[in-house]
Design a protein around this ligand. Structure first.
Ligand code: SF4
Length: 359
């Protein structure tokens, strides 16, 4: 189990963030906020996919009015995403936002930031100070050399945190994002060293899902493996349910998220394969869908392996709780590295499910 960084713990509605609390997956709605029915539908889809917090953009007064209604219709704490307008932030807080995501650099008047802090205090609303590389660049009205950007982001973060703390407000989550993997890693390491607030991780503008998946996994995965990160969002130009699934895969890979079905290992296949491994693996994946996760002897989720041959298959799958090792028109089934039966190709799935029941 990875050792997490110790932080303050923050309450976002009923969700605890920080330290030993489970890492929270969040995403954003991508339908107009004023379309309340669609928004609620998408929030419910995100909750089913694994989101424990959902963020909603509230650019207009009509959006914060809709936000107030949406809060009443969903089971998950909502975060209002605010840019530039202090009034939107205060309206969202009064509408029942559990957290507000704010970039103080976008709110020019210090008095306005203090008004937001006071409203958040009164309503027990958490605030995420979210800065990103692009806004740093805008602030200075000039391009900042790459090597100076993280230091400048840290400086900005220090300034904002001081402002909140001087107002006795500590229900903070911090985030600093860039679309660059290495700079996102670097700035979050710095923030983790300097502050003890929970950190929200994300790689911004990561692209289409097929492009966003790997950079997000590398960036978030590196930081999470170092114990940094208390909430995560994968940003990709796609349905937010897909973002959530990618986020879940990152956490599962690091042992930071409980699987809901047994793990499936599949050999990459090669010229030795005696069966269509990919087709079989898809069939097994479908068969495992809805099979409740059981825990093996060393208290880890069960693992099922699909291997294309008996040359390397049994050895490679020796750690699997059940392994299918294909031969010509048939397959051998192994349990914990021991051969237990041989079945015809068309009987593989029922035989596997039967063996699964015995575990
Ligand atoms: S298990 Fe067999 S078929 Fe699969 S990659 Fe290894 S050698 Fe090739």
């Amino acid at each position: 189990m990875l050792k997490r960084r110790e932080t303050r713990t923050i309450k976002v509605g009923r969700v605890i963030i920080g330290s030993a609390a489970p890492i929270v997956i969040q995403s954003m709605t991508k339908v107009p906020t004023i379309d309340i029915a669609r928004c609620v539908k998408q929030i419910n889809q995100l909750v089913r996919a694994g989101c424990r917090l959902v963020r909603i953009a509230v650019p207009t007064c009509a959006d914060t009015a809709a936000f107030a209604k949406i809060v009443q219709k969903v089971s998950v704490p909502l975060i209002a995403d605010v840019h530039f307008s202090p009034n939107r932030a205060i309206e969202a807080i009064e509408a029942g936002a559990a957290k507000v995501r704010l970039n103080p650099g976008n709110i020019k008047n210090r008095k306005d930031i203090l008004r937001i802090i006071d409203a958040a205090k009164m309503h027990k609303t958490a605030i995420r100070i979210g800065i990103n590389e692009a806004s740093i660049r805008d602030l200075k009205k000039q391009a900042i050399p790459l090597q100076e950007r993280t230091a400048l982001m840290l400086k900005e973060m220090k300034k904002y945190v001081r402002l909140f703390e001087n107002r006795n407000f500590t229900q903070l989550v911090l985030s600093a994002k860039s679309s660059d993997c290495l700079r996102t890693i670097e700035i979050n390491r710095l923030i983790a060293k300097v502050f003890n607030y929970p950190i929200h991780l994300g790689l911004t503008h990561a692209g289409l899902p097929e492009d966003a998946r790997i950079p997000s996994a590398i960036t978030l995965g590196t930081l999470l493996a170092e114990g940094i990160g208390d909430t995560i969002r994968v940003s990709a130009a796609c349905n937010p349910v897909i973002e959530t699934k990618i986020a879940k895969q990152i956490l599962i890979a690091l042992g930071l998220y409980e699987r809901s079905t047994p793990a499936l290992y599949v050999c990459p296949t090669c010229a030795r394969a005696q069966i269509d491994v990919i087709k079989l693996a898809r069939q097994v994946e479908k068969a495992l869908c809805g099979v409740p996760v059981k825990r093996g002897p060393v208290n880890k989720p069960l693992c099922i392996a699909v291997m294309g041959c008996i040359v390397n298959g049994p050895g490679e799958a020796a750690d699997a709780d059940l392994a299918i090792c294909a031969a010509k028109n048939k397959a051998y089934i192994y349990r914990n590295g021991r051969k237990i039966s041989v079945v015809q190709e068309n009987k593989i799935i029922p035989a596997l499910l039967k063996e699964l029941e015995k575990l």
